[in-house]
Design a protein around this ligand. Sequence first.
Ligand code: HMG
Ligand code: MG
Length: 303
Amino acid sequence: MYNVHRMVNLPKSVRIVEVGPRDGLQNEAKTVATDKKAEFIRLLAAAGLKDIEVASFVHPKWVPQLADAAELIRMLEPVAGVRYSALVPNMKGLDRAIETGIRRIAVFTAASETFNRKNINMGVQESIEVFRPVVERALKEGISVRGYVSTCFVCPYEGAVAKEKVAEVVKALFDLGVDEVSIGDTIGAATPKDVETTGGHLLQQFPAGKLAMHFHDTYGMAVANVYQSLQMGFTTFDSSAGGLGGCPYAPGASGNLATEDLLYLMERLGIETGASLKLVRLASHFISGELDRQLPSRVLQTS
Ligand code: HMG
Ligand code: MG
């Protein structure tokens, strides 16, 4: 019989990395005007989100929706306690990032070769070598660096990905000097069982506090995967307002875990986030109006 008194160890608080303005808007058919992006980010910061990934310095031809990264970052007002960040794939991207004065960047690679080639036109080891001087220079400039590993569970081209391969790439990123690695379920195919297997393997080698879980919600598993992660000790989650997003180089990838869905779960579990569900909804309604489409977040749709 199930023991209703079984204690589940859940954390008292979690950290949210809001990726809507980057992971979200990079995959929308409509490009949002720069000043509207800035307003969206202002609303997200006003909602209490402290880590906001706002843009990326990738090739503008690869992701035209984010080609205005420099102009956008210059428009953002500093907000006490709020950290803005942007993706950087190589030294050219870092040059562009440094010019804007941004204080945090993220380098990104994958656990599967085919996806990485399609996404950044490099092999996995090759990308680590490209990042080495990028991370070194960023840190010298006082810019902190996050790392991403995509396709940690399933690759859209190669299928299931081995947990050992994920751990190898995570280690390579930490060895470069990144302070946190985000574990990407790029096409939203993972289930709690996969999170237990791969996440459990990672926790044998790396502290939970240095790993973030980055779920997409293609199969509606993102919230279940968060609950699984919480029970394992993970306390950092990437999400996007309204459930915007996807990856243009991962066929079948839909939006990220919605920030509203994450916040609803945290509120009901009594876990602090520092963010207001009501105010995130406002930001999502705003960007939904700009995109002229209904966003997929289930919680957002209830209001
Ligand atoms: P490439 O064509 O191999 O680049 O693209 P290259 O190094 O051969 O250079 C070709 C030309 O591009 C050169 O110009 C460079 O200067 C220029 P030319 O000399 O011919 O005039 N160039 C650049 N221009 C501006 N900014 C740059 C830059 N780099 C080179 N940074 C590259 C390689 C990495 C640039 C390209 O593949 C690219 O931009 N890819 C980005 C793809 C992307 O943004 N994907 C989505 C983000 S990842 C994601 O969403 C997953 C994540 O959310 C986690 C998850 O869910 O799993 C993070
Ligand atoms: Mg993503």
